[in-house]
Design a protein around this ligand. Structure first.
Ligand code: AMP
Length: 279
């Protein structure tokens, strides 16, 4: 992969990169279209499919994470993707060698809150794999979804701090018609849980309306308490966190106003779903 990418870069060809964990859906396809628009018809679009073990904790769904490589390849073909990079664990973490893997990239400011608090080793896994993939794919541009807003912020910080010569592009969240953010993990939901999963979008819409109707803002604790009450209508759903923060620094705000961002994580049955939106 690296040798190929180097030869393209030597010829001055732009490389647009979309890292994914596969089980591709409309959200991923939209990132691929964005990558194509960014690099143009003369550029190369590369999609990686790799379920990265280091971003899952031992209690999480690494081994059950949905996989469908044949369908993924077909979808990439239909989108005009030039290369699908599908490395294996032994190539990435040298698991077939005697010496254990021992080098990680850690972002220390934006990674501690929200997803980082609920999943303490998650972002270390993400920054490490993305740095490694950048070194293999040598992209000029890489596209990330706003669905994982904190992840995109952490990656942007890593790219700045470590001087990666990559431009990070973000694309809006693709949603189902009832507002549920599309996710590979939605596959885990049974019928009742799928219906209850709309609670994330209902919280976002409710917060938006309240914030827009109150020009002086709303105290964060009060807004959170109000949203928590929505959960009584959704038996299989249980909130993990609901946070309101400043978009640039991810620092929590005490008074929530229009333009602030909200993020939430919710267990629906055993499945943990996340979403976020600007209010
Ligand atoms: P994943 O395969 O879930 O690791 O996601 C790979 C990339 O797709 C990440 O940049 C995600 O933010 C992005 N992504 C996942 N779901 C969506 C969605 N519903 N809308 C937009 N981007 C998404």
């Amino acid at each position: 992969m690296q040798r190929l990418a180097m030869s393209w870069r030597r010829q001055g060809i732009s490389i647009g990169f979309v890292p994914t964990m596969g089980y591709l859906h409309e959200g991923h396809l939209n990132l691929m279209r964005r990558a194509r628009r960014v690099v143009g018809e003369d550029g190369i679009v590369i999609v990686s499919i790799y379920v990265n073990p280091t971003q899952f904790s031992p209690s999480e769904d690494f081994s059950s994470y949905p996989r469908d490589p044949k369908r993924d390849l077909r979808l990439c073909g239909e989108e005009g993707v030039d290369v699908v990079f599908t490395p294996e664990d032994r190539h990435i973490y040298f698991r077939d060698t005697a010496a254990a893997y021992s080098t990680y990239v850690v972002e220390e400011s934006l990674s501690g809150v929200m997803e980082g608090e609920s999943r303490p080793t998650h972002f270390r896994g993400v920054t490490t794999i993305v740095a490694k993939l950048f070194n293999l794919v040598l992209p000029t541009h890489a596209v990330f979804g706003e669905k994982d807003f904190q992840q995109a912020a952490v990656i942007k910080r890593m790219v700045r701090d470590l001087h990666f010569p990559v431009k990070i592009v973000t694309a809006p969240t693709s949603r189902e018609s009832d507002g549920l953010a599309i996710s590979s993990r939605n596959k885990y939901l049974n019928q009742e849980q799928r219906a209850d999963a709309v609670v994330l979008w209902r919280c976002i819409e409710t917060a938006r309306k309240l914030v827009r109707d109150n020009s002086s803002g709303i105290e964060a604790g009060r807004l959170r308490d109000g949203l928590m009450r929505i959960f009584s209508d959704y038996a299989s759903a249980r909130p993990d966190y609901i946070e309101f923060f400043d978009e640039a620094l991810l620092t929590p705000v005490s008074r929530v106003r229009k333009g602030h961002r909200m993020a939430l994580a919710v267990y629906v049955g055993e499945t943990r779903l996340i979403d976020n939106a600007r209010l």
